[in-house]
Ligand binder design. Structure first.
Ligand SMILES: [Zn+2]
Length: 169
């Protein structure tokens, strides 16, 4: 197993300019409570429409993350996914684990422990991690060079111990 990414290489704060970089791309941090206010307000005001917006934003973010990781020139899909998993875990997005992964058939099942979306929103009657579902769609559509759809089957926000996403093409 490859060693985790060194946070000092991943995150580069610059207090003089107030710019934080993650893998050489401008980033910033939010408390989970703060992103929770944003997501909750969007859902309360817009209902299901908010989840559609978050899914679309997630798709763009996932495609962008793929491009950033691909620029690191990982030599295998395993190394590429290692960078995805470890980078996002370092950023506090949660811990991804593949229950199933088939690059040939272009399908996967991803368990996410401590989804930042579910933790931010808290208790909710239906799966809420639309941003992450879109994120995986964008990332794996770019990786597999086809249109990938992702459904969140189980969500921590509904009381499950973790979130689980099924990807298919
Ligand atoms: Zn979830």
């Amino acid at each position: 197993m490859t060693a985790p990414i060194d946070p000092r290489q991943f995150f580069k704060p610059n207090p003089q300019t107030g710019v934080l970089k993650a893998l050489d791309h401008e980033a910033f941090t939010l408390r989970i409570a703060t992103i929770g206010f944003i997501l909750r307000s969007a859902i309360d005001l817009l209902g299901a429409g908010a989840l559609a917006v978050l899914r679309e934003a997630g798709r763009k973010a996932g495609a962008g993350t793929y491009a950033i990781i691909a620029k690191q020139q990982p030599s295998t899909n395993q190394e590429l996914l290692f960078l995805l998993i470890e980078g996002d875990a370092l950023a506090g997005w949660g811990r991804y684990r593949f229950e199933h992964l088939d690059h040939e058939r272009k399908e996967a099942t991803i368990v996410v422990e401590n989804s930042f979306v579910a933790d931010a929103i808290g208790s909710y009657p239906q799966p809420v991690c639309a941003f992450l579902a879109g994120y995986f769609e964008g990332f794996f559509s770019a990786l597999w060079q086809c249109s990938v759809t992702c459904e969140e089957e189980v969500c921590k926000a509904t009381g499950a111990p973790h979130c689980r996403f099924r990807l298919s093409s």
